[in-house]
Write a protein that binds this ligand. Structure first.
Ligand code: SER
Length: 907
């Protein structure tokens, strides 16, 4: 095949493996589904992990995919010819079926047969002691000098992705570009792919996935021997298209052209290396941003959001190095979306949202970047002229990060380019200190994780039979005691977990809470407090409340029907709300998380700004109109691909399953069951709500009664949360509010409609009263001041001393009184005492000339405060104190007077 496009390569690859019995599996999201060990999908195998580990049954034992991947492990290399943060991986997978011979044979056949890569261009590596794979490559015709034995350190042991998971020895295929000027390891007698000077390019990795590695690094065999292969799509395209790098392959070339435009510089791989490198990095980062945001990642300060923010900032920095001072990313991302939509159509639907999200983030960073870089330069210069330690301190790194948003990785990169190191440990210490300041971090819930793993490892499988029923008969197939150890019997009063072959209990999932209720056997009764899915098992968590439960017994599951019905009401309403948001705010809106319980629902969604009051009202009305329409539910089981074709909304965390459940509320009016007969025509046409969903729902929307939006708030950049109630809870919500309004109307003695006018009038009246009161206080204070200085002043050495016990209502009044007296008395010391809210307060003021003579208000107030059992302080000109014992106020004033007299006389 001569020079195929990237697009042709994808389909050719998938077809090649379909012809060999593989099922084509769509790419999963860049955000791994329910996998706390991983931030991102870093390889094709990620979505298949539970199958490799034997925790779940795979949809097929041979599978093939083109997987979106994102890695930042080698981000410093991105911008060279071969590295990308976002890339696509072509893969074929065997779950306990074929092994090394087939994997080697097909990889070879695909590359040299179908793609016609000359065999003499290929080199293979095998794990150090893997004689079998060595022989297999030999049998394909590779000469022994082009099959190298590599250690784990040289890259021939792969995985686990994250801290723990499947792993195994691997065998890689490398392409030989032939000698390059200044780069021919073979000429130096070191002819092998691992020399890293650009002569060789790794294009395919075959992993013989047969081990599981736990978080402590201990390895144990997996239940079966598996195959996981991954070929870099862009790299294979590079080889076949005779390009100079991954960046010049057909899809990325368009993005590179856009970078040329915005930077006003032609891309010249032979020109200034820093310029070409920055241009290439911008291409990669722009595409990564587009695909990450499309999968629901938003810029933030931690986790995935922070990684995205870092990539975006690195892109802006790269732009800065080639002279870009104005926002440019939006235009490049636009081109990246153009390139992506051919295969990832959903990215196009999100275009406006992606662009706005990126533009907001970019402009925020642009405004601080220049200053941050300037400071970094100063630090570098300072270091250079100072003690000569070529290192940026942790504190400096932290300051650059904290106030100028310079990610530490970027500081490190920029510093390294100037020959400087950084103090990572010092930076971490600063970060830890900041975290401690801003309250504790969230707990990780690892105990739950461990329990889940143990339950999943039971290997028990249960069927959920509760979509239309809340009761079912089955048998107890597993029992676990409180410490998650297998048990054959659970006695009365013990907590534990119970697994049935089939159950009516819905396990928590898709935002919907797990069911509660009871399980009854001939010998006992088990109260179910929560239901969870762990692997293939549906686990009922609770306690035996009567008799005992034994393994193998017949059992009847009885779900609390009322709780189930209320939950279904909120779940259905969530779908209606989602549909209404998309209809009224735009199709960029997508679910970012939800909680569906019996009491309320919470729906998190992406939208760049707060909906206006009118928009919220329109959303509220639309949902309630559809509730009144009493639209009958249709539930279909169909292949994933078909559901997507029909426009079902799939959440970004959904994982592929061959058959999916599609819940829809289309146009037909119906009254529950009797009208819910199928309307085939509608399945393809417009439909108010159509989602892939495993949850339990109302038969028709009318059963929800009504929906009330309780709040809409921001929960992060571009992320919002609606809280709402339905059914009886919505009724209570409205009743409660009406009661409050009715009560107010009675108290204000006006009809409800006149409440706003009445409240406005009262507010106005209150403002007037306040103004009047303030004026009269000012007058009273002026009068009092006049009285005090005209009658109460005593002159000592040319200074007026006023000491008085006054009646004022606040410390502010006391202070303004002291100010007035001082203003009127040229040179004075004023000591005032008052009882305010039952507590004694003192205030001493001294004019500047008196202070210069050494008589200080703060000293006097401290002396006086002792008398009232208090303390105080302030400036030499003005000080105040509070105390406990108001009856001693006059004694305090006397003490101050005595001290003042003595000092003034001596001054
Ligand atoms: N998991 C392996 C890799 O990422 C092969 O797919 O290289």
């Amino acid at each position: 095949m001569k020079s195929p496009t990237v697009h042709e390569l994808r389909t050719t690859f998938l077809q090649f493996f379909e012809e060999r019995g593989h099922r084509r599996i769509p790419s999963s999201s860049l955000v791994p589904h329910g996998d706390p060990t991983l931030l991102f999908t870093t390889a094709g195998m990620v979505q298949f992990k539970p199958y490799f580990m034997g925790l779940e049954a795979p949809p097929a034992r041979r599978m093939t995919s083109v997987q979106k991947c994102f890695r930042t492990t080698d981000i410093e290399s991105v911008g060279d010819e071969s590295h990308l943060t976002f890339f696509e991986m072509l893969g074929n997978f065997s779950i306990g079926e074929y092994f090394k011979p087939e994997a080697v044979e097909w990889a070879w056949a695909f590359l040299t047969g179908l793609l016609e890569i000359p065999p003499e261009r290929l080199w293979a590596t095998v794990y150090i002691d893997d004689e079998e794979t060595f022989a297999l490559w030999r049998a394909r015709g590779l000469p022994p000098e082009r099959i190298l034995r590599y250690t784990a350190e040289q890259g021939n042991f792969w995985g686990p992705p994250g801290d723990s998971g499947p792993c195994g020895p691997c065998s890689e295929l490398h392409y030989d570009f032939g000698p390059r000027p200044g780069c021919d390891p073979c000429a130096r007698g070191a002819c092998h792919p691992d020399v890293g000077c650009g002569r060789f390019l790794e294009i395919w990795n075959l992993v013989f996935m047969s081990l599981y590695q736990d978080a402590d690094g201990a390895r144990a065999p997996l239940p079966a021997r598996n195959v996981d292969t991954g070929a870099g799509l862009e790299r294979v395209a590079w080889v076949l298209q005779g390009a100079r790098s991954v960046y010049e392959t057909d899809e990325l070339r368009g993005v590179l052209a856009r970078v040329e435009q915005v930077s006003g510089r032609r891309y010249d791989p032979d020109g200034a290396p820093e310029v070409a490198r920055a241009q290439r990095a911008i291409v990669d980062h722009a595409r990564a941003i587009a695909l990450l945001v499309a999968d629901g990642v938003l810029p933030g300060n931690e986790g995935r959001g922070y990684v995205l923010r870092r990539v975006l900032r690195r892109a802006v920095y790269c732009g800065h190095t080639i002279g870009l001072r104005e926002p440019f990313l939006e235009r490049v991302i636009d081109a990246a979306i153009d390139a992506a939509v051919r295969w990832y159509a959903a990215v196009g639907e999100q275009r406006a949202f992606i662009l706005r999200t990126a533009a907001q983030e970019e402009s925020r960073f642009q405004s601080t970047l220049a200053r941050g870089l300037e400071l970094l330069e100063q630090v570098i210069e300072h270091e250079a002229t100072g003690h000569g330690v070529r290192r940026i301190t942790g504190r400096e790194m932290f300051a650059l990060y904290d106030t100028h948003g310079l990610p530490p990785e970027l500081t490190r990169e920029v510093a390294a380019a100037r020959g400087y190191g950084v103090d990572d440990a010092g930076f971490e210490a600063e970060m830890a200190a900041q975290r401690a300041r801003s309250s504790g971090e969230a707990a990780t819930g690892s105990a739950d994780g461990e329990r889940e793993r143990r339950h999943a490892a039971l290997g028990a499988e249960s069927e959920f039979v509760g979509y239309e029923a809340t009761e079912a008969r089955s048998t107890v197939i597993a029992l676990l005691d409180a410490s998650s150890e297998r048990a054959s019997r659970l006695a009365a009063g013990t907590e534990g977990a119970l697994v049935l072959a089939a159950t009516a209990f819905y396990p928590e999932g898709g935002g919907q809470v797990g069911d509660r209720g009871e399980i009854v056997t001939p010998s006992g009764r088990f109260r179910v407090d929560d239901t969870q899915r762990h692997g293939e098992a549906i686990v009922h968590l609770g306690a035996v409340v009567e008799g005992a439960i034994a393994l193998g017994e017949a059992a009847e599951s009885r779900v609390d029907p009322e709780r189930r019905a209320l939950t279904a009401s909120n779940h259905t309403a969530t779908h209606l709300l989602h549909a209404a948001l998309r209809q009224l705010l735009g199709s960029h809106v997508r679910q970012a998380g939800s909680y569906v319980g019996p009491d309320r629902l919470r729906f998190d969604y992406t939208h760049p700004q707060a909906p206006t009051a009118e928009e919220l009202r329109a959303i509220h009305r639309l949902v309630n109109a559809r509730i009144r329409d009493d639209i009958a539910r249709e539930t279909l089981e169909l292949p994933y691909e078909q559901a997507i074709e029909r426009g079902a909304i799939a959440f970004f965390e959904d994982r592929y399953a061959p058959q999916v459940r599609m819940v829809e509320y289309c146009g037909s009016r119906g009254h529950g069951h009797e009208h819910s007969a199928s309307h085939p025509a509608q399945h393809a046409g417009a439909c108010f709500s159509r989602e892939l969903c495993g949850g339990t729902h109302l038969h028709s929307t009318g059963q929800a009664g009504s929906l009330q939006i309780v709040s809409d708030s921001s929960i992060g950049a571009g992320l919002r949360r609606i809280e709402a109630v339905t059914g009886p809870a919505a009724e209570h919500y409205v009743e409660e509010r009406l009661e409050i309004v009715g009560d107010l109307a009675r108290r204000f003695k006006v009809p409800v409609e006149q409440l706003p006018a009445r409240v406005a009038a009262l507010e106005e009246q209150l403002a007037q009263e306040r103004a009047r009161l303030a004026a009269s206080e000012r007058r009273a204070s002026a009068d009092l001041a006049t009285e005090l200085w005209s009658r109460g002043a005593e002159e000592i050495a040319g200074v007026q001393l006023v000491v008085a016990h006054v009646a004022v209502a606040s410390v502010e009044a006391l202070r303004s009184l002291a100010d007035r007296i001082r203003q009127n008395l040229g040179s004075a010391v004023v000591v005032l005492g008052a009882e305010i809210d039952g507590r004694p307060q003192l205030l001493v003021a001294a004019t500047d000339d008196v202070v210069k003579r050494g008589v200080r208000a703060d000293e006097l107030v401290r002396i006086a405060a002792k008398e009232i059992g208090g303390s105080g302080g302030g400036r030499p000109q003005l000080a105040q104190a509070g105390g406990r014992d108001a009856s001693r106020l006059d004694a305090a004033l006397d003490a101050a007077r005595a001290a003042a007299r003595e000092r003034l006389a001596g001054a």
